[in-house]
Design a binder for this molecule. Sequence first.
Ligand code: PMP
Length: 387
Amino acid sequence: MPDPLAWIPEQLELLESLERRRTIHIRSTQQGPNVAWKDREQINFSSNDYLNLAADPRLQAAACAAIEREGWGSGASPLITGRGQSQADLETALAQFEGTAAALTFASGFAANAGVIDALADRGDVILSDSKNHASIIDGTRLSKATVRVYPHRHLDYLENLLKQCGTFRRRLIVTDTLFSMDGDLAPLPELANLAEAYDAMLMVDEAHATGVFGANGRGLCEHFGLEDRVAVRVGTFSKALGGHGGFVVGSQPLIEWLVNRCRPYIFSTAPPAANAGAMLAALRIVHDEPQRRTDLLAKATWLRTQLREIGWSLGDSESQIIPVIVGTENLAMSLSAKLYEMGMLVPGIRPPSVPDGECLLRISLSCGHTQQHLDTLVAALTELRL
Ligand code: PMP
């Protein structure tokens, strides 16, 4: 009988011939500013563990305590019997941290974005989405039966023109990352809030990379811009600055109740384990008690951006701890990444489909755990590679 999956090895070979076949490796130490990757010690500029919490012993202790109380598995979806006390406590603490009436937690940020968009926009509605939004937002727009219009990255005039043509749709949903994950640039949130109000649209933002990093209290870029009351739907993840796992939505009580009733990844997926909820409660406390982590991180990022721009590298419009070194071709991005690896630094080359053709880059992501020596080593290497 012919193998019905015979097409897959052929496709993999095709990827191989294009040098786009991905392979998976092992990090053989805990996550942090130094890691062993493929069994070699490296300075790690390649994680989203911005506040250096992923391996923090306080999170581990909180996770163990939650396991002692509730066991490991949640055993069911949240609406059945899966939602335990730690999960409920986390949602209460998260709403308090974010200053919203309510909060809801998800198994991943991916599930939160995809599910929330589908729950908010249906046939007869229109979704307006930034062209550089994360894959989970794109998949949410694909799941939804609403009409989808993609506007060029941060292009407000283009978006306004679209909005002018969208008056006949029942509802409008504008959706954007607040801090773009590859370019490290910021969405024009004040202007987006103005447009949403002027054209009677819902505004949904994904704070995945900004939570814990931006804003006086670490709530993200809505707080940074003073817009929290003007953004109807805020999504975030525990998986980056908070050092854990899972996604969340914060907002009004009716919003959260609607999601409990209509958001399919929430309703039909097993509730996350108590251990993660316990650890994330500890992480929220640390973000509150140790603001120096985020101020230190952003100061390091500003310093590094200045150094790299002085050497002559193009960093696009990065204003954050995500610093893209834009090199253009895939070959150059991958060979620079390989050279940095040989020099003891993990800086991934980013290529299609993560970025458009010709816009390949090295993605430096910083942690507050990086020392000045780590940063100096990177600047020296990128000076050498620039010559
Ligand atoms: N949104 C953005 C902007 C992201 O970069 C990511 C993860 N890379 C997600 C959402 C998904 O979050 P999670 O990893 O928690 O599924």
